[in-house]
Write a protein that binds this ligand. Structure first.
Ligand code: ACO
Length: 335
């Protein structure tokens, strides 16, 4: 397992494989900031935030809780949950839009902190859809035999990217990290990633973006969003990837046990579920406690629902997200 295998002959020889979730983990900053606490600093209210978004509180990182630190803690917890060690992992992907540094990749910092010295590690940037894109990418490595076990991390510190003078955006976001371990197993077992569907349409850049970067302003910049347009697009368009993921697997919303969407906004989540015919009691909702943690929100929610006993082996789970770009995607997983 010393190097990541990319030899095409190797891939062609790979047996019929599926990427199976064998562990989950998460990490949240200690500091919790309620809506009431925000209302003491700016012109907002608990009522406005809860009614529009469902958010009641969010975790905000301390200075020493960087994206890689949160990501490393979540990844270690996922490894422990899987009963695996650093030597077992040959691929690390970190989905993030808030890396500790422009480079090297946060994934390499997580890799080093965990003592993983083989395989490859890289970051993946698809904003809030980053975790779904990372699962899809890892699935390609694992099912071709190019890697055996992947650690997939979603880690963010959006509190450092929002404009704290802009009440229309800063109240929506929080910090945190989640992780899963995916392992290549024989497809005959029936478990694992059954289908994935990704989309991007860069014409929507102005709706949700950061107004800085190393290649433009030389500064980090701040998050900017046309909230109403994002809302309309998320509910109106994004369900196409869910429909596609179900169709590829020959399944419907009725077969689903758990819907674990990106946790941006309770109204978006419920409207999307209603449109697809997913019953409300199948939705895993954590946006009330975590706020929008971008690429971290799905693995955080997966970890919550698995540890509280909702998600069990054999359950059918749909993950789905939309983020800046726009980029959006869904994956159907037999747990
Ligand atoms: N507190 C109190 N009032 C506020 C706040 C606030 N934090 N923010 C805005 N307002 C005011 C506005 O100034 C406006 O006042 P006005 O009528 O006097 O002009 C009023 O509330 C309504 O503003 P809208 O922007 O029209 O509010 P809307 O009902 O559209 O809700 C929201 C805004 C919550 C952002 C909504 O558009 C939304 O949820 N959009 C989707 C955003 C999202 O989820 N983005 C993330 C998804 S993608 C990703 O995760 C990166």
């Amino acid at each position: 397992m010393a190097t990541l295998r990319t030899d095409p002959e190797q891939s062609r020889r790979a047996p019929n494989l599926r990427s199976v979730v064998v562990g989950t983990g998460s990490s949240l900053p200690e500091r919790v900031v309620t809506n009431a606490a925000l209302a003491e600093q700016m012109d907002t209210s608990d009522e406005w935030i809860v009614q529009r978004t469902g958010i009641r509180q969010r975790h905000i990182a301390a200075a020493d809780e960087t994206t890689s630190v949160l990501g490393m803690r979540a990844a270690q917890s996922a490894l422990d949950d899987a009963g695996l060690t650093a030597d077992d992992i040959d691929l690390v992907i970190c989905a993030t839009s808030t890396p500790d540094h422009t480079f090297p990749a946060t994934a390499t910092q997580i890799q080093a902190a965990l003592g993983i010295h083989q395989g490859a590690a890289f970051d993946l940037q698809a904003v809030c859809a980053g975790f779904v894109f990372a699962v899809t990418t890892a699935d390609k490595f694992l099912t071709t035999g190019a890697a055996r076990r992947a650690l997939i991390v979603g880690a963010e510190t959006f509190s450092r990217l929002v404009d704290w003078e802009d009440r229309t955006t800063c109240v929506l976001f929080g910090d945190g990290a989640g992780a899963i371990v995916l392992e290549a197993q024989a497809a005959e077992e029936g478990r694992g990633v059954l289908s994935t569907s990704l989309r991007s349409d860069g014409r929507h850049r102005e709706k949700l973006y950061v107004d800085g970067g190393p290649g433009s302003t030389g500064t980090t910049g701040h998050l900017r969003m046309e909230g109403r347009d994002v809302f309309r697009f998320a509910v109106g368009q994004v369900t196409d990837v869910i429909v596609d993921a179900f169709a590829q697997a020959g399944m419907t919303a009725e077969d689903l046990d758990w819907f674990v969407p990106h946790q941006a906004n309770r109204r978006i989540i419920e409207a999307s579920a209603d449109k697809i015919g997913i019953a409300r009691d199948k939705i895993v909702l954590t946006v009330d406690r975590h706020g929008n943690t971008s690429a971290a929100s799905i693995p955080l929610a997966l970890d919550v629902a698995r540890r509280d006993g909702r998600i069990k082996p054999g359950d059918l789970v749909m993950i789905e997200a939309i983020g800046g770009g726009f980029s959006w995607g869904a994956a159907l997983i037999r747990w």
